[in-house]
Design a protein around this ligand. Structure first.
Ligand code: PMP
Length: 396
């Protein structure tokens, strides 16, 4: 018998990844995440991070992080429910609730944790989770942790959603409709007003994961719910603190009742140590900056429109994005990866995204323009796209 500790079964799977051409090494940043970065020893324009507002390396956030470390230390020493809950955690939740215009906000250590913890805490056997088919992996995994039944509706298809609600309303106690606020691979916005109408008609609860809408859509980046003016009509409003906010963490905003319950049942918070002071201090500063001015969100949208228009003019297929997420659809998987490599050789980092993350034949590079990019950097990136696009006969 072979020795199981040699992990031969994993070695075989790794070889399969290599055979399929999807084995990869992690790219290495040699410095901060910013508009232009040192990556694998090369200086490149960064079009792939979720650092929408350029906060990840912002001097005000760095200063706030240092001050928090000096006052509270490097770590918290415990989970929140034992003795890891500091007054800055409470301050963070208060300012988030105010920012999101909800009664309360409950903070997790990441957006992934937030979905993993919240969905299972608010559903149980006898309930039904109804999920958009393109929802994020953390929603899928979070739903798997729940004892509720799960089903999906076709992407942003309201007839499909209504069909599911109509067929199932009488079979379950609570129904929870879950959707991303902004879909990360295409940049389209969920049809929240219609979803809310259906939820009210069929007495279902609503849950919006606004990882890519927080800090991007709505007044001063308050998110998709604010963008549509739906405050008070969405039960659970999720955001990340790791993308536009530039740090780390996740939260769910909603009612005081929601907060009280999660405090007792959100397993990632009950069983995993709380966010470190540096992160909390920096996040509080970021939220204050958003509430002070629309400077950053304005610049993000201005840059995104500028870049998208230039790529469109060159003849690239930029899909149907309604947000700064700018997919450039190439199609075939290997051609997509080659396009990404060639762009890197020409000073631009934009990662290729292929099956299974997106359907076969719709491979793309996904450009994430940020408020931190200068027009000069965006022009240089567009020049590289034009050069490589022509060379590979994608345009022209
Ligand atoms: N939800 C969505 C829709 C996301 O795109 C992501 C990040 N890829 C997450 C949740 C997880 O967020 P975090 O990185 O903060 O864990």
């Amino acid at each position: 018998m072979e020795n199981v500790h040699e992990l031969k079964f994993l070695k075989e799977k790794i070889q399969q990844l290599k055979d399929q051409g999807v084995y990869r090494k992690l790219p290495v940043l040699q410095g901060p995440s910013d508009a232009e970065v040192m990556l694998n020893g090369k200086k490149v324009i960064n079009l792939s991070s979720n650092n929408y507002l350029g906060f990840a390396n912002h001097p005000r956030l760095k200063k706030a992080a240092i001050e928090a470390v000096e006052k509270y230390g490097a770590g918290t020493g415990a989970v929140r429910t034992i003795i890891g809950n500091m007054d800055i955690h409470e301050e963070l939740e208060k300012i988030l609730a105010e920012f999101k215009r909800e009664e309360a906000a409950f903070v997790y250590q990441s957006g992934f944790n937030c979905n993993a913890g919240t969905i299972q805490a608010i559903t149980e056997e006898g309930d039904l989770i109804v999920s958009d088919e393109l929802n994020h992996a953390s929603i899928i995994d979070g739903s798997r942790l729940s004892k509720a039944k799960k089903t999906i509706f076709k992407h942003s298809d309201m007839d499909s959603l209504e069909e599911v609600l109509k067929t199932n309303r009488d079979k379950y106690r609570n129904i929870l409709i879950i959707t991303d606020g902004v879909f990360s691979m295409d940049g389209d916005i969920a049809k929240l007003p219609e979803i809310v109408e259906l939820a009210e008609k069929y007495e279902a609860m609503t849950y919006v994961d606004d990882a890519h809408g927080s800090g991007v859509l709505g007044e001063s980046g308050r998110g998709t719910v604010d963008h549509f003016g739906l405050h008070g009509r969405i039960d659970f409003s999720i955001g990340t603190l790791s993308k536009a906010i530039g740090v780390l963490g996740g939260y769910v905003a909603g009612s005081n009742t929601m907060y009280e319950w999660l405090n007792h049942r959100a397993r990632p918070v009950l069983f995993s140590t709380s966010l470190p002071p540096a992160a909390v201090g920096a996040i509080i500063e970021a939220i204050k900056m958003l509430m002070e001015s629309t400077e950053y969100t304005d610049r993000l949208w201005d840059n995104a429109k500028y870049f998208k228009a230039k790529l469109g003019k060159l003849g690239f297929n930029t899909g149907h994005s309604q947000t700064p997420i700018t997919p450039v659809i190439i199609g075939e998987e290997s051609k997509t990866m080659e396009f990404s490599r060639e762009l890197f050789n020409n000073g631009v980092f934009v990662s290729g995204i292929v099956f299974p993350t997106v359907p076969r034949g719709t491979g793309r590079v996904r450009c994430m323009v940020t408020a931190a990019h200068t027009k000069e950097q965006l022009d240089r990136a567009v020049d590289a796209f034009e050069k490589v696009g022509n060379k590979m006969h994608i345009i022209g």
